[in-house]
Design a protein around this ligand. Structure first.
Ligand code: EPU
Length: 302
C-alpha cells in the first residue's frame, strides 16, 4: 500500500508521523519474511486518534507493528500500511518499585535496565526478542513467569472507542499467551510494579535463563520463537520432536534441529512455505496425538 494522496502526505508531519515509503517487512521481522509497504513511524501518542481518523477517512487500511518478533507476514506488495511507534528518550522512567515504560522500548533492555536499578521479577524474559508493547499484548512469558503479573496500568489507543485510554491492571485479563486487549488496540505505555532485589541476585537469575535458552533454542537463526502454543498439560515441541519432524522443511522454512517448536527461515523462505510447513506439522500432530495445535505466531496475510 502506497500513500500517494498529497493532502494526506502533507498532513502527516504535524501529526508526528514519519513516512518511510516502500519498507520491506522482511527487514522488520525476526523471521525475515514479509513483503513491502509504506511505514508510518509515530512520534506523538496524543495525535494518534487524529491520525487514524484521517487514515480511515481516506480509506487507508493499516496495521500496528511492535518489534516484529512473533509475526509471519504475507509476501509481495502488502495491501495495508504499517504503523510503528518510535521510542522516546528516555523510554523507561523509574519511581520506587514502579517502572513507567514506553511500549516501543526493547524488552531485553527494559529487563536489564530495571535489574541494574535493583528491580527484578522479569529475569525469565531476558532473551525474548521484541518490544514491551508486544510482550504486553501477548502476555509473553518464560521460565515460570509472565509479564502480566507485574502490570499495574496500561495506556493504549482503543480502536473500538477511537480514543486514548488508561486501564488499571485489574481491568485487564492476562492468560497464557493471551490478553483481553482487542486485536486492533495499540499499546502505548505500561506501568510495571516490580519486586526489589539486589542486582547481583537478579543477574544470577538472568544468567541461568540465558544458559537454558542457549542450550535449547536456535538463537542465532531467524525465527518467531515458538510457532504453536503449548496445549494444556503438554509440550508442542516435545510432540513434534517425538514424531521425528526436526529438520522437516518446505523450501527454506524448516523445523529447527534444536527446538521442534521453533520454525526457522534458513534462507529465502516465503510466508507460503512457512504456512505449508505449519499445516503439515499440525496435521501430523493431530493424527498421532489427537491434539489440534493453536498458532502462537501472529499471521498477517497479504
Ligand atoms: N522438548 C523436546 N524436544 C524439543 C523441544 C522440547 O523434547 O525439540 C521437551 C524438553 O526437553 C522439555 C519440554 O519439551 O522437557 C518443554 O520444552 P521447553 O522447556 O523448551 O519449553 P517449551 O514448552 O517448549 C516454553 C515456551 C517458550 C519458553 C520456554 C521456557 C510456549 C509455546 N513456549 O517452551 O516460549 O521460552 O517454555 O520457559 O509456551 C515462545 O513463547 O515463543 C517461547 C519460545
Amino acid at each position: 500500500m502506497r500513500v500517494r494522496d498529497p493532502k494526506l502526505v502533507a498532513a502527516l508531519p504535524e501529526l508526528g508521523a514519519l513516512l518511510e515509503p516502500g519498507t520491506s517487512l522482511a527487514e522488520l521481522t525476526s523471521l525475515g519474511i514479509g513483503g513491502t509497504t509504506d511505514l508510518l513511524r509515530i512520534t506523538k501518542h496524543d495525535a494518534i486518534p487524529e491520525l487514524l481518523n484521517l487514515l480511515d477517512a481516506e480509506s487507508v487500511p493499516y496495521k500496528f507493528l511492535g518489534g516484529g518478533s512473533n509475526l509471519l507476514v504475507g509476501d509481495g506488495e502488502l495491501p495495508w500500511l504499517v504503523l510503528q511507534l518510535v521510542s522516546p528518550d528516555p523510554d523507561i522512567v523509574l519511581e520506587g518499585r514502579f517502572a513507567q515504560v514506553d511500549a516501543a522500548a526493547d524488552l531485553g533492555r527494559t529487563v536489564t535496565f530495571c535489574a541494574k536499578n535493583d528491580l527484578g521479577g522479569m529475569e525469565g524474559l531476558i532473551g525474548v526478542p521484541g518490544t514491551v508493547g508486544g510482550a504486553l499484548r501477548m502476555n509473553a512469558g518464560a521460565y515460570g513467569m509472565q509479564i502480566g503479573s507485574y502490570v499495574r496500568q496500561v495506556k493504549l489507543y482503543r480502536a473500538a472507542r477511537r480514543k486514548l485510554e488508561t486501564l488499571e491492571g485489574d481491568q485487564i485479563s492476562f492468560e497464557y499467551r493471551h490478553t483481553s486487549f482487542a486485536p486492533d488496540d495499540m499499546m502505548l505505555a505500561v506501568k510495571l510494579e516490580l519486586p526489589s532485589k539486589p542486582y547481583r541476585e537478579i543477574l544470577k537469575g538472568i544468567r541461568i535463563c540465558n544458559e537454558k535458552r542457549r542450550a535449547s533454542q536456535p538463537l542465532g537463526q531467524k525465527s518467531a520463537g515458538c510457532i504453536f502454543k503449548n496445549p494444556p498439560g503438554a509440550s508442542a515441541g516435545r510432540m513434534i520432536d517425538e514424531l521425528g519432524l526436526k529438520g522437516l522443511n518446505v523450501g527454506d522454512a524448516r523445523v529447527s534441529d534444536r527446538h521442534a517448536n521453533f520454525f526457522v527461515n534458513a534462507g529465502k523462505a516465503s510466508q507460503k512455505d512457512m504456512l505449508t510447513l505449519i499445516a503439515q506439522v499440525r496435521e501430523r500432530v493431530q493424527k498421532s496425538f489427537g491434539v489440534i495445535l493453536d498458532h502462537e505466531v501472529v499471521v498477517w496475510n497479504a
